[in-house]
Design a protein around this ligand. Structure first.
Ligand SMILES: *Cc1c(COP(=O)(O)O)cnc(C)c1O
Length: 414
């Protein structure tokens, strides 16, 4: 078999045969990307309204990021942390100053960064807060998504993510998301043994669930009053996606620990990080945590450039403005199309709720139609469609994409 010029159909068949079926992709095979657009192997062009779950905020193959990737790849890619490398310190200083923390712990994927935050919080709990041995607890929220490791899925309440992967890691308490009293009750009950509260400022995977204004601040105050670390998972909401550099910036909040991933590298390389201040980070001593690839010079160079692009191109302001346009246009369409229920979101992290059950195929069918018409988006939880284009999308391209939505809805109505 020669692997040249295979059609989408053939490529899908190979994946189907040789790859684990751990995803349910739309039947489109992407081959190339530029800015807000991707092309399939047959050369058809699409608006990318997923942005690899908000990892590609800076747009596909951003020339500055790719140039930096190639330049650094030619020089040095991996040393391990057995030695210092000439990129890591500069990157750590840049990241710390950008987000206002003392220190960074660099990792690769989002789930690893969440695991790192859990480990740091527990260790801080024992060594600084004085929690009795083995009793540290972390409060999490219903509907959370923090990744796929055994510990993380232990505190998921999504049956697909959890079932038959037990035994589970203990030490987690679930409270209702967007319910301050639920958190207050849980923390007051176990305040001596709770070390952290892990929360997504907006729940992305749950379907872009935006909590009430003031929710995060109220939670933060409860944490402060009880010596509990407020840990923000901004892997999906961070890096300008919601109209500010971080989603917590909407409430002018500085978490005790910040978890970043996805768009930190603009989709060019897996890069994640945990940021916190010395009082917390210094509980980690040599040999107690690490990763072979974490903090490698290629990751550091790429991430620095990718974040600089976000600043230079004012992507947070762009996301804020374009998000308002997007939601206003969808709002106008809702009365016209009975299968649309509502639109919600912040910046360019938005979702349209479909007027049907989570078990129905309406959202999926709509996404297949959108694909045929040149726009890629994916349903989440059955009846919610997330719309999250790269933040570099131009206003005119966004308006054209909205026309594609309208055309598809018109056809779908019949
Ligand atoms: C994607 C995501 C993760 C996991 O990141 P991976 O890189 O897929 O491991 C964790 N938390 C949130 C909020 C995410 O959106």
């Amino acid at each position: 078999m020669k692997y040249v010029n295979l059609s989408s159909k053939e490529l899908i068949a190979i994946e189907d045969q040789y790859g684990a079926h751990n995803y349910h992709p739309l039947p489109v095979v992407l081959d190339r990307g530029e800015g807000a657009f991707v092309w399939d192997v047959e050369g058809k062009k699409y608006f990318d309204f997923l942005s690899a779950y908000s990892a590609v905020n800076q747009g596909h193959s951003h020339p500055r990021i790719i140039n930096k990737l190639v330049e650094q790849a030619k020089k040095l890619t991996l040393t391990s942390r057995a030695f210092y490398n000439s990129e890591l310190g500069k990157y750590e200083k840049f990241l710390s100053e950008l987000f206002g923390f003392d220190k960074v712990l660099p990792m690769n994927t989002g789930a690893e960064a969440v695991e790192t935050a859990i480990k740091i919080a527990r260790k801080w709990g024992y060594e600084k807060k004085g929690i009795p041995a083995g009793e540290a607890k972390i409060v999490v929220c219903s509907g959370n998504f923090h990744g796929r490791t055994t510990t993380i899925i232990s505190f998921s309440n999504d049956d697909d993510a959890r079932k038959n992967f037990n035994p589970y890691t203990s030490g987690f308490i679930t409270v209702e998301y967007n319910d301050v009293e639920s958190l207050r009750t849980a923390i007051e009950k176990d305040k001596e043994t709770i070390c952290g509260f892990l929360v997504e400022p907006i729940q992305g995977e749950a379907g872009v669930y935006v909590p009430d204004e003031g929710y995060l601040t109220a939670c933060f105050e409860i944490c402060k009053a009880n010596n509990v670390l407020f840990i923000a998972d901004e892997i999906q909401t961070g890096i300008a996606r919601t109209g500010k550099m971080l989603a917590v910036d909407h409430e002018n909040l500085k978490p005790d620990m910040l978890i970043l991933g996805k768009a930190v590298s603009g989709g060019a390389y897996p890069v994640s990080a945990v940021l916190t201040d010395n009082e917390v980070m210094n509980v980690i001593k040599p040999g107690q945590h690490g990763s072979t690839y974490g903090g490698n010079p290629l990751a550091c160079a790429v991430a620095t450039e990718a974040l600089q692009v976000v600043i230079d191109e004012e992507l947070a302001e762009k996301a804020e403005n374009l998000g308002k346009i997007f939601r206003a246009e969808i709002e106008k369409m809702i009365p016209e199309f009975s299968f649309l229920k509502s639109v919600r979101g912040k910046g360019l992290l938005n979702a349209v709720l479909i007027n049907d059950t989570p078990e129905s195929s309406t959202a999926w069918d709509l996404c297949v139609e959108l694909m045929k018409n040149g726009l890629l988006a994916k349903p989440t939880h059955g009846n919610i469609i997330r719309f999250a284009p790269p933040l570099v999308i131009s206003e005119s391209d966004l308006k054209e994409a909205i026309e594609v939505l309208k055309r598809t809805f018109m056809k779908f109505k019949k």
